[in-house]
Ligand binder design. Structure first.
Ligand code: NAD
Ligand code: ZN
Length: 246
């Protein structure tokens, strides 16, 4: 079967990565996204923004993929599976999924804010440098400087107001068009254009299943809503897969 997974922050919640909008535990309870997740915010206070992403990258490095991530990777052994994520962590890849489309970029692809030059990615990304000296959440650290032009190095994520990477967006459209079933996991469905993908799927006549402990902006347009976490939800979806066979 051809299955497209659209995943958001809730996908990684059971790994211990806090989501953005969950009250009390969500990052937004403590920080205003506008203070962190825009280019203007970075230019105004680069040390606050770089420090926060350094903290988040270190957190992601410490945690492991959860049963949801591994369940999706395992499904790909028998089915044609595409993964499209809004997450900037690498937990899908570490669980074994291939060709993951990252709509909002990656924590491990830092680049110069002025000339766009890369700063060494993956394990060599400066966001992982000096692991012993990572600031606490909310702590400050000056970003490194670009070797070519002296500009500040920024995280490789997509901030509010920025365009999504073309390749990832095209991969998302392609995944939906090819799919027989679209499974939306752990996203509040509020950040566009990513949030328009489930509707696009529904309008194209695809079956849409949502896995999220809470109802979201996507729930009304989904064929089914599994009110549970990602790990339990993916396992259930796999057990019941025959129900959606075209
Ligand atoms: P979100 O935080 O808006 O929503 C998370 C969703 O996950 C919620 O609907 C919640 O009910 C659900 N959830 C919680 N626990 C779950 C679990 N165990 N299993 C399944 N679902 C669970 O996250 P989002 O929709 O991915 O946010 C979209 C985008 O917003 C992000 O990709 C990011 O780019 C952007 N954003 C960035 C920042 C920032 O960088 N500072 C801040 C806010 C938003
Ligand atoms: Zn530069």
């Amino acid at each position: 079967m051809r299955i497209a997974f659209l995943t958001g922050a809730g996908m990684s919640a059971e790994s211990g990565v806090p989501t953005f909008r969950d009250a009390l535990t969500g990052l937004w309870a403590r920080f205003d996204a506008e203070q962190l997740a825009t280019e203007a915010a970075f230019r105004r206070d680069p040390a606050l923004v770089w420090g926060w992403y350094r903290w988040r990258a270190a957190l992601v490095r410490r945690v492991a993929p959860n049963a949801g991530h591994t369940g999706i990777a395992a499904l790909a052994m028998e089915h044609d599976v595409a993964v499209v994520t809004q997450n900037v962590d690498d937990l899908h890849e570490r669980a074994g999924s291939r060709d993951v489309a990252h709509l909002h970029g990656s924590l491990f692809a830092s680049r110069c804010i002025d000339c766009g030059g890369t700063a060494g990615d993956g394990e060599h990304d400066p966001i992982l440098r000096d692991a012993h000296a990572v600031p606490d959440e909310g702590g400050h650290e000056d970003p490194p400087r670009c070797a070519a032009c002296g500009g500040a190095i920024r995280p490789g994520v997509v901030w509010f107001g920025e365009a999504l990477p073309d390749a990832a967006w095209n991969a998302a459209i392609d995944a939906i068009e090819r799919s027989e079933l679209v499974v939306v996991v752990g996203t509040s469905g509020l950040v566009h254009p990513a949030a328009s993908l489930p509707r696009m799927a529904r309008d194209a006549g695809k079956r849409v299943v949502e896995i999220n402990p809470r109802p979201t902006a996507i729930t009304p347009l989904a064929d089914e809503h599994f009110a549970c976490g990602a790990g339990v939800g993916i396992a259930r979806m796999e057990r019941e897969l025959a129900r959606w066979r075209p």
